[in-house]
Design a protein around this ligand. Structure first.
Ligand code: CA2
Length: 143
């Protein structure tokens, strides 16, 4: 059974509390339940990790080396700023899918750049919670 690490970045634990027009009205607990249910359907083992600190996310990616077969990451605001997260992903060389709940392409200019996209095999934007399931499907199908 493939073992997948799902990483959520800063403020995603606040889902459902504000900006429902952009991120929907379901909360973070519902997202975690959706991810676990999707993983079960696909026959995947999944661990979910959320942190607001860049260094903690870098540490978790480093610890994934030799443990996980794939990473699904929504780096949230660090998407647009973090060379450290990009470098950590490159260092462990684990197949990675980048997910964004909202359609970042149609939002502010500062959201148009993603460092993580320079490494990710696939990027899913604007599909809401379903984007996480699509990412898991991609990793499940991968040889
Ligand atoms: O669309 C996405 O998934 C994002 O990664 C979400 C980030 C944002 O910085 C990225 O540009 C796109 C924001 C995460 C959570 O933000 C909240 C804002 C208000 C209420 C709850 C969460």
């Amino acid at each position: 059974m493939k073992n997948i690490l799902v990483i959520n970045g800063p403020n995603l634990n606040m889902l459902g509390l504000r900006e429902p027009a952009i991120y929907g009205s379901r909360d973070f607990k519902a997202l975690l339940a959706f991810i676990q249910e999707s993983a079960q359907q696909l026959g995947l083992e999944v661990e979910c990790f959320q942190h607001n600190h860049e260094g903690a996310i870098v540490d978790k990616i480093q610890q994934a080396y030799g443990v996980f077969d794939g990473i699904v990451i929504n780096p949230a605001a660090y998407t647009h700023t973090s060379v450290a997260i990009l470098d950590a992903l490159k260092a462990v060389s684990i197949p990675t899918v980048e997910v964004h709940i909202s359609d970042v392409d149609s939002r502010e200019d500062f959201r148009q750049r993603s460092f993580v996209s320079l490494y990710a095999e696939k990027v899913i934007k604007g599909h809401g919670f379903d984007g996480y399931k699509e990412a898991l499907e991609y990793l499940a199908a991968k040889k």
